[in-house]
Design a protein around this ligand. Structure first.
Ligand SMILES: Cc1cc2nc3c(=O)[nH]c(=O)nc-3n(C[C@H](O)[C@H](O)[C@H](O)COP(=O)(O)O)c2cc1C
Length: 156
């Protein structure tokens, strides 16, 4: 499969997750292209498009939303998977809030019917009491990437 992974990040942690997804897909034998969501290049030739963005003050990154709107025509013909990140506190309320925030962004894109939706833990850009809070779960990111392409290695 040819997969495009588009990312919308302020401080880089979402980009790192997108890069990990692309890397995992390559390990499984797929072609994966990593692109910022600001890239306006056409989406020709992809079998799956993954769009990730961070959440800030209740909103999914504007570049992720713009990317989906800009490519609406092409995205009607190809499966789309989306992810957001993410909670900086590992408590159920933070996870629920993040999921709701992503869902309300997606509700504004009623034409979009994502093949998969995920919320990953975030990385706080600023240390708190000298500690960088990083809830990113790389095994969960890998597992999600695998689920997008049916789980197993492919031969091309
Ligand atoms: C000022 C600020 C506001 C944030 N607001 C939210 C939020 O409303 N919901 C949420 O789930 N995460 C929120 N986060 C956590 C970020 O989504 C998380 O740190 C993410 O990993 C940042 O991604 P980036 O490094 O790609 O910019 C916030 C982080 C900061 C610094």
């Amino acid at each position: 499969m040819h997969v495009l992974v588009a990312h919308a990040s302020r401080h880089g942690s979402t980009t790192e997750v997108a890069a990990r997804i692309a890397e995992r897909l390559r390990e499984l034998g797929h072609d994966a292209t990593l692109r910022t969501a600001r890239d306006r290049a056409p989406l020709d030739g992809h079998d799956l498009v993954v769009v990730g963005g961070s959440l800030y003050t209740g909103r999914w990154h504007a570049d992720a939303q713009r990317f989906l709107r800009r490519h609406r025509g092409d995205l009607g013909r190809v499966p789309v998977a989306v992810f957001a990140m993410g909670p900086r506190r590992d408590d159920p309320d933070a996870w629920t809030a993040a999921r709701d925030q992503l869902e309300s962004a997606l509700a504004k894109l009623a034409w979009l019917d994502p093949a998969a939706i995920a919320v990953f833990g975030g990385k706080d850009p600023k240390p708190k009491h000298g500690v960088v809070r990083d809830l990113r779960d790389w095994a969960a990111v890998d597992a999600w990437a695998e689920s997008l392409v049916g789980g197993g290695p492919t031969t091309r």
